[in-house]
Design a protein around this ligand. Structure first.
Ligand SMILES: [Zn+2]
Length: 298
């Protein structure tokens, strides 16, 4: 008996230490909404939906990885971010993109797409039905052609098949607009209790049409349209989406003055917590459908 007590004590201590370690490693960080600044990259993403707002400076790019490992890329930043895109995809272990979406032909969104298409295995590619005579656009089309891919038309009210557990719904463009920005593909990704509204550069006209369409716009995470320009995120649209979190993809000290004070104040007034690529680097959301974890690069 006298020898048994220290033995039991030793084991209790061991188990306590083990439980503490396990808790620190996994459980506690998912007990609610958390933010940590650990290095962005592959973590315990298995069984979770990951939505990564890649820091491409002044431009846009979102990578979606589903619980079963399917991947969708929306935009790929500007031409000078090709290597950043390839490095980031590699870092996340992505060699195949099941869906690629070029929201609209502007260089700050599709600039890096040509190299991504060249280097990775690609499933389907969606772009809105507009053409552009820029070198950037032509380069993307050449890469698509070289791969023997066909472009599917990006348009409103389209359900995309990515992963049976994750709903991917394209909400816009709902009509033909003069303006390229309004032609942006807008995509809502939903998994369990969480949804992400990824808006490209869509502006007030497209927002108005999405509202009128009666589509379910509510999302707890909103990619702020057009880098936080005041041409987007209209009061009625923001009210309908009613996000808890917003992400702004803009470059540090960009010449456009993005994001604008008007939009920052509009978001603040609604109590929306804002994450920004220009100040925080890449921002990532992970969810098991219930808990939401937010990680920022800095
Ligand atoms: Zn843009």
């Amino acid at each position: 008996m006298t020898r048994l007590i220290p033995f039991v004590q030793q084991h209790i201590l061991r188990y306590a230490a083990l439980i503490l370690c396990l808790c620190l490693l996994a459980g506690c960080s998912f007990s609610g909404i958390t933010k940590d600044s650990s290095t962005i990259g592959p973590v315990d993403g298995n069984g979770k939906l990951r939505v990564i707002f890649i820091d491409v400076g002044q431009g846009g790019s979102q990578l979606i990885i589903t619980p079963s490992g399917k991947a969708m890329l929306i935009d790929a930043g500007n031409n000078d971010k090709e290597q950043v895109m390839l490095d980031t995809l590699k870092e996340y272990g992505i060699s195949r993109l099941d869906i690629v979406i070029g929201t609209h032909p502007d260089a700050d969104h599709i600039g890096g797409l040509d190299k991504v298409i060249d280097q990775l295995s690609i499933g389907r590619i969606y772009m809105p039905k507009i053409s552009s005579n820029t070198k950037t656009f032509e380069s993307v089309l050449r890469s698509i052609k070289r791969k023997g891919l066909k472009v599917s038309s990006a348009k409103g009210d389209l359900t995309l098949n990515l992963d049976s557990g994750v709903k991917v719904h394209m909400l816009a463009p709902l009509t033909k607009y003069e303006d390229n920005n309004n032609m942006s593909a807008v995509v809502k990704v939903s998994y369990g209790e969480h949804s992400f509204l990824l808006t490209g550069d869509s502006e007030a006209d497209s927002e108005q049409d999405m509202l009128a369409s009666g589509a379910d716009l509510r999302s707890n995470v909103l990619l702020v349209g057009h880098h936080g320009s005041k041409s987007s995120t209209s009061v009625a649209f923001l009210k309908k989406v009613n996000p808890q979190y917003a992400v702004i993809q803009s470059g540090r000290g960009n010449k456009y003055g993005h994001p604008t004070q008007t939009i920052l104040e509009r978001l603040q007034k609604k109590g929306v917590k804002v994450y920004r690529n220009d100040t925080q680097g890449t921002v990532e959301f992970l969810t098991d459908g219930h808990h939401l974890q937010i990680r920022a690069e800095r």
